[in-house]
Design a protein around this ligand. Sequence first.
Ligand code: HEM
Length: 499
Amino acid sequence: MQVLLGTTLSPVLPLLLPCVLLILICKLWTVYNVRSKDPNCKAPLPEGSMGIPFFGETLQLLLFGAEFYQKKYAKYGRVFKTHLLGQPSVRVIGAANVRRVLLGEGDIVQVHYPRTVQSVLGSKSILVATGKEHDRLRKLVSKAFNIHALSEYVPYMQQFMTEAVKSWCDKGQVCAESESKVLIFRVAGKLLCNFDYDEEESRHLSQVFATMVDNMLSLPINIPGSQFNKAIRARNIIRSRVEASLKKKKESENDLPFTDALRIVSEGGHFNTEQLKELALELLFAGHSTTSSTAVMMIHYLAQRPDIVKRVRNELDEFDLLDEEEPLKFEDISKLKYTSSVIKEVFRISPPIGAGFRKVIKTFQLEGKQIPAGWTLLFSIRETHALADNFAEVEKFDPDRFMPERNEEKKGDRFNFIPFGGGSRGCVGKQMAQLMLKILLITLSRNCRWELVNQETPRIELMPCPHPIGGLPVRISRLDCNANRIDFKKVNEAGDVAC
Ligand code: HEM
């Protein structure tokens, strides 16, 4: 019998052995990770899988993006374990769970970014600072985003937005994704760091910036051609530009007509050049991809909803703000409830940041499962929004849900709507981001109409920030001039176009 088995198995043995070995190594890997749970806590670890040695489930995440998390949620529920970017991790979904995490900063969790993100941004940035140093930096940085500072930014925002929208209309057809990136880079660069880059330079730098952001969340392998290496090289280019700009600023210190965010922050505390470079990089990082993603998603949704654009125009008319020559003021913009609801609805349905990172510093429990000290925790913003029970027809794009008559936002747990996070690490730039987006929406609605070039609505890629696949080609023209409008039929006969 033994001889018989031996003869039948002998051709497959060379294949079988590595498979058995691989399964064994994976089992040992899981045991090794599970052993890092807290022995003093009786609760079991959340369900989930730790993937394969070293890589964990990182490759699946890189391959499937946000779909990876959706599948895990469908299989394991609102709290599950995994192994990502070299760390045993737990992903947490739902308002009650996220509330516990965001209000537990410094007690059960502490802000934490993957090693690759920390290396790119630097060790002293506000994003990674903790305790008293974080409080100090946050206080200083918040000054750059108070009402007084924001009011000063408004004319510059309006000027850049008007110029950009005018040039889009002159072209007649643009790629909304790349144009939004360039525009937000120009506005953010000017207001945060007083960069004076023309359109071409902004275009180049916004591409370099995108390379940095797109490759930041990667395995910590710094060899030529690796994702992490690409992020570092892009970071170095941006840093050298920041340095040159700081030097130029220092030389013309007294001639500057307005106070940029970096100057407001540096006047309040003692910063050396190295720290200022880090701060500039992190403010651009925190504000650029997030705001430009919301801008392109807004253009995408509204291209399909002229009725909503019409209501924005009606509201502008009601407050005598429809005239494109009318300079905007902070207090006038604050009165526009419908305009504000449209922006909020874009944030709700397509939050630019899908999740935030924390390190667990004290073992605690969620839904009866142990969340062990030392592990990474990811609190989900995207899935938390998708599961919120206070929003009716959660998948529908419906700005009215935020209007005073319905006010769905206030009807449930406030952690059901968290595009800007919350607690002591909530976004310091949220007012500035909202202001930029409102001014863009006002400028677009005042001056032009736009529609998707392709008949088929594009699919949305959710990572690193939501963006329509194909770059969102849109046909755009001034309301009073149809000269540049392209014949819809002609474009579609030629087939769908991408940017
Ligand atoms: C659509 C735009 C934006 C979105 C959706 C957004 C979202 C967020 C979120 C979710 C956090 C919290 C992360 C966490 O808890 O781990 C955060 C933090 C932060 N954001 Fe924003 N942000 C936006 C724009 C901006 C802008 C324009 C700036 C500044 C120029 C900015 C600066 C920051 C900073 C400095 C932090 C860290 C705060 C801290 O750790 O104390 N953000 N942002």
